[in-house]
Design a protein around this ligand. Structure first.
Ligand SMILES: Nc1ncnc2c1ncn2[C@@H]1O[C@H](COP(=O)(O)OP(=O)(O)OP(=O)(O)O)[C@@H](O)[C@H]1O
Length: 261
């Protein structure tokens, strides 16, 4: 592990029950502090699983995952046994926003710091309003989730994670379910977080966004890393491995096909 690695995977093996081949097959990876790590790869290569193992949503069957040098997952130390404290140090936003429908936007953002961290309500309210401002939603503080667009809901989900002051934010295809016009408002929030120095792991199919925001690119295939680059421009213009070239060609093909539709 390097000193500046927030999350470190060492020979991580993940198997799903009744699936013969491991979905993560000995992954070793360092996620650098204050940087954006973008995980790319074909469908089924294990990207979501990789994020879910960090978040404690999946147990691993070999190797270790460390957060700031402390092991948070191993074969013996399963997600279910992780402490609440460790969970709050990892923020995760998914494709589907799971906001509480009966609470307001502000109520959703304020809930975890009060319940889990036992912070004072007034202080939490102030910070929640600041965060809603940061994601462009202060004027929607009293709205209910069903009154918001998908892009707005996703931004509430981001604010709700940020208020826990996580060491790392994980984003799994957060724009995949959004109408195209809402994609940018969500990606812009993530770009601003990158500028503020938030450590992030991002899975996305938005290649222009990946190219712009990534400090570190990881290409997964069949549960293994086939290329890793700390130079996003170089990765997209001169991918080193044949597999990376193949991935980008396939991606371009899929994109031009979907644009013609
Ligand atoms: N709960 C599960 N049980 C069994 N197999 C699973 C489970 N979840 C995922 N898999 C399998 O693990 C592999 C990796 O899935 P994963 O969702 O991590 O891939 P991905 O790279 O994120 O794919 P996509 O880009 O399509 O979302 C796939 O073959 C998938 O079918």
């Amino acid at each position: 592990m390097t000193k500046d690695s927030v999350v470190t995977f060492t020979n991580v093996i993940k198997r799903y029950p009744k699936v013969e081949k491991p979905v993560l097959d000995g992954v070793s990876l360092s996620v650098p502090r204050g940087k954006v790590t973008v995980v790319l790869g074909p469908s089924g290569s294990g990207k979501s699983t990789l994020l879910r193992t960090v978040a404690g949503l999946e147990d691993i069957q070999g190797g270790t995952i460390s957060l700031d040098g402390n092991v948070i997952a191993s074969e013996k130390m399963t997600g279910a046994r992780r402490s609440q404290e460790i969970r709050t140090r990892i923020g995760m936003v998914f494709q589907s926003y799971d906001l509480f429908p009966h609470k307001t936007v502000l109520g959703n953002v304020m809930m975890s710091p009060i319940l889990v961290q036992k912070r004072k309500k007034e202080e939490v309210r102030e910070e929640a309003l600041q965060l809603l401002d940061r994601v462009g939603l202060q004027d929607r503080a009293n709205a209910k989730p069903h009154e918001l667009s998908g892009g707005q809901r996703q931004r509430v989900a981001i604010a709700r994670s940020l208020i826990m002051h996580p060491d790392v934010m994980l984003f799994d295809e957060v724009t995949a379910a959004l109408d195209p016009e809402m994609v940018h408002e969500v990606l812009n929030v993530i770009v601003e977080l990158a500028d503020l120095g938030m450590t992030m792991m991002i899975v996305t199919h938005e290649m222009e966004f990946a190219r712009a925001v990534a400090d570190h690119i990881v290409l997964l295939e069949d549960g293994g890393i086939v290329e890793e680059s700390y130079d996003s421009e170089a990765f997209f213009t001169h991918p080193e491995t044949e597999r990376a070239q193949q991935f980008l060609r396939t991606f371009e093909f899929e994109r031009s096909r979907s644009q013609k539709k």
